[in-house]
Design a binder for this molecule. Sequence first.
Ligand SMILES: [Zn+2]
Length: 340
Amino acid sequence: MADTTLLLVDLQDSFAIITKHQKVKIDYGLYSMMISSVNFDDIIATFNDERFTDIIGKIAELRSSIQYININCPAPDMQDKCIELIKELSSLLYIPLRSLLNTGHLKSKQLSTITDLFVNEFTNHLLSDYFCFEDRSSYVPSALHNIDFKAHIKSLMLRSTKNLFPSLQQEMNNLKLTATMTMINGTPYTVYHITNTLEFLLVDLQKYLTGKKTAKECLYCQRLFFPVHRSTVDYCSLPYKETGKSCYYLKRHTPKDDLEALYFYAKRQQAKKRDYPTNVEKYGLFFLNKIYQEWEKDCTIQYAKARRTNNIEAFKNWIEDTKFLKKRLEELYNLQKKEG
Ligand SMILES: [Zn+2]
């Protein structure tokens, strides 16, 4: 197997990530924030890309013929061919994956190290005995196994939920994390030996949750961020891929009029209702996030309409009618159940 271990030295407020090639520092929580912001659909689409499935299929074929000959003693040329294909696949994966993991949270060196971790884990899945072409979870990196993780991590980081989701707990129960100690100038530090993307997530989440910092959700882009100057700031300073400009830059002026203030106020209030612990317990994050996203899309349409027609009252009424109150949530939930 490829050597995927990276060493994570716990520096009390951040980690030093040490790999064969480089050493880079990363604050607690940044990796989890990145995971909570990646676009899962795009990542899955990458793994479904024809070029990848084609090579993965070839590897599957080779593997089964290797096993057919003799699992303990495969023909060397076949094994070489298999490793060659895996290397080819990994190099195809690196660039699209790096771009998808670039959520604005990580600096270039951090992003490269984390992308390497993802690619290496993927490679190891392909080399492992559990690899199965039909079962995507046998080769997609573990931090991305479950689409619910993303929403769950977000609510953990916003501290709006106090328990681990059963699916995340289950994955974590299966981890075998190794930790050792190192002394630097007379001070002992814990060193975690990380072999996959989920182990890193576990350690990072734990360190973040036992720390003092609390992330906020940007009102403009919905990414999580750490407020730098004031805890009251509602917009992140993370760069946008396209423009490089941050939401804070785009929105640093106070709302330009009452209508815009109402628009952001409504979004803030609705997001609070979405994250309300009783609602999360009753309906689950997946459902709440889904209806919030649909509502938010409609809200933006209604806002544009109100601006066009200069009718703030109609917008106010729409906001009132669509608030995630008890009755409304029940209606939406029943509707979803009916639609299956
Ligand atoms: Zn933002």
